[in-house]
Design a protein around this ligand. Structure first.
Ligand code: C2E
Ligand code: MG
Ligand code: MG
Length: 513
């Protein structure tokens, strides 16, 4: 009896203990594991079952903590996958999503939106010269300026490098143009990074939905084509124009072909004479680059030099031009020992010291005096306030190479560099020369540049003189030299040599005009 009673009480105790364990532990755990199993992957809500036992409360608490950590990491990973690490702007994937959303919204409610691609001008120059830290600060500043300017509903994304994309909502063409202008103005403001004050610009291409594309890829591609157009035509922005697209497909293919142009021997030089203003004497020739493309024929430098600058290929090209110029001047010295050639060079070429050694090498190879080469650097390149560029420029000058400022008058720069850099010649940009007969302001600018140059002991060349009327005004203004179609278009070396009489002597002007 006692044993039966003992067994019965054990059983009761066992059932009670099981019941307590079941209700306070097993049941909550089973409940929780079902909840975890049933939870959707994207459901980030916390567990809220109310349990009585302290252990289970702690357990749920710990589980919720873990869930929050996972949510946080997941959000960070998602953010990283969809955003650019440097500027924190949306990246290409998120941009594509946003364009898809815009397409869905506009299909439902009707309306237009625009996709814009924006590429910074002169960024590579800054990045290469002043280093990536300065470049990074500029990109962050560009992102901030864009975000401040645009509405929250617009998307600003970074596609990589110095390329940004913007989705602008519900706008008329006039609004888009106004916004593009505002973007340009805000990006042209000075960037103060450390001790540097830097000026950059932007080129923008715009494609409209649905006229210029009905899916994100087409819209982006057409905005890209329009951006190349803007760069090529030196304007701030362009709206995509299908009629000009074939030309731009050509542009895009030129970009990849340019890499092999030097090694495939597709580049050649033409030479344009620079005359004394009275037209009696050829002082020099400017070397102008041409590219004989196997498919497109002759391609002019305006169509590919900016690609070369952007990709860094310009250094290889300038070296090739210099070598060819040195060889040419050594040939032409047989006809005129005083002749010199001018070679266009960019700030990019002056960023590293390799230019110093190849200039030395080629001058030695062709046994030349450095005085017979003039480097033409555009006014915009002169504005580059990088120490390295200035050092290389001064060093080339100390070897005897002279410098002239090309396209003078177009750079909107402070003229202080004229006193600080070793410059011998100013070349007045042809835009002033060609409009001076119709525009008194341009004539005044030309007159002032000539006076300024003479006061600083510099020589002046008027570029782009095409007619007698302009030539006579230029002469009256006491300009020293003239380059222009009136005296001769750029020509091949054979034609240059044909200008000279068989025996030593100056070219026959009648042959040229
Ligand atoms: P630039 O250095 O200012 O060269 C003068 C440009 O004006 C040349 O155009 C020349 O053909 C043109 N020109 C000269 N006289 C007249 C005229 O009377 N009327 C008109 N309408 N045009 C005239 P081109 O050869 O097309 O070269 C354009 C630009 O390409 C050059 O402007 C220069 O900035 C660049 N370039 C040319 N060759 C080289 C090169 O070897 N290296 C670099 N970095 N740039 C180059
Ligand atoms: Mg030039
Ligand atoms: Mg020029």
């Amino acid at each position: 009896m006692f044993l039966w009673l003992l067994m019965a009480s054990f059983s009761v105790i066992f059932v009670l203990v099981y019941f307590v364990i079941y209700s306070s532990l097993l049941q909550p755990i089973a409940f929780l594991s079902h909840s975890i199993k049933d939870k959707d992957v994207n459901d980030n809500s916390l567990f809220r079952p109310s349990f009585n036992s302290t252990e289970m409360k702690d357990f749920v608490h710990a589980l919720n903590d873990m869930q929050q950590q996972i949510n946080l990491r997941q959000n960070q990973l998602e953010h990283m996958a969809m955003h650019d690490a440097l500027t924190k702007l949306p990246n290409r994937s998120l941009l594509l999503d946003r364009i898809n959303n815009a397409i869905a919204t506009y299909n439902r409610y009707e309306g237009d939106f625009a996709v814009m691609i924006l590429d910074l001008d002169r960024f590579k120059e800054v990045n290469d010269t002043l280093g990536h830290l300065v470049g990074d600060e500029i990109l962050i500043e560009v992102a901030n300026r864009l975000l401040r300017l645009l509405r929250d509903s617009d998307t600003v994304a970074r596609l990589g490098g110095d390329e940004f994309a913007i989705v602008l909502h519900k706008l008329e063409i006039a609004d888009i143009e106004e916004t593009a202008q505002k973007i340009n103005d805000v990006l042209e403001e000075v960037y103060s990074v450390g001790e540097h004050n830097l000026y950059l610009g932007a080129s923008m291409g715009i494609a409209l939905y649905p006229q210029h594309g009905e899916d994100p890829d087409t819209l982006l591609q057409h905005a890209d084509v329009a951006m190349y157009m803007a760069k090529n035509q030196n304007v701030d922005f362009e709206i995509y124009n299908p009629e000009e697209d074939t030309f731009n497909v050509k542009q895009l293919s030129l970009l990849s072909d340019l890499r092999n142009a030097v090694s495939n021997d597709e580049l050649y030089l033409e030479y344009q004479p620079i005359y004394s203003a009275d037209g009696t004497q050829v002082n020099s020739f400017e070397c102008l680059l041409r590219w004989e493309h196997p498919k497109y024929g002759r391609v002019m430098p305006d169509q590919f030099i900016f690609h070369a600058e952007k990709t860094g290929l310009i250094k290889k090209i300038t070296q090739w031009v210099f070598q060819r110029a040195a060889e040419t001047v050594s040939i032409l010295h047989k006809y005129d020992p005083d002749l010199h050639l001018s070679v266009n060079i960019t700030a990019w070429d002056l960023q590293d010291e390799s230019v110093l050694s190849y200039v030395d090498d080629y001058l030695r190879e062709f046994n030349l005096d450095p005085q017979c080469i003039v480097f033409e650097l555009t006014e915009r390149s002169m504005m580059n306030d990088s120490l390295r560029v200035r050092t290389v420029l001064n060093e080339l000058n100390s070897k005897g190479i002279r410098f002239s400022v090309d396209d003078f008058g177009t750079g909107f720069s402070s003229l202080i560099y004229l006193t600080q850099l070793p410059i011998s010649i100013l070349k007045i940009d042809k835009s002033f020369i060609q409009s001076m007969n119709d525009n008194k302001n341009d004539e005044m600018i030309v007159r002032s540049i000539i006076d300024l140059a003479h006061n600083m002991n510099l020589q002046v060349i008027a570029e782009g003189v095409e007619d007698k009327e302009t030539l006579s005004v230029i002469r009256d203004l006491k300009c020293d030299m003239v380059q222009g179609y009136i005296f001769g278009k750029p020509m091949t070396l054979d034609k240059v040599i044909n200008l000279y009489p068989p025996l030593n002597g100056k070219p026959d002007i009648k042959l040229i005009t």
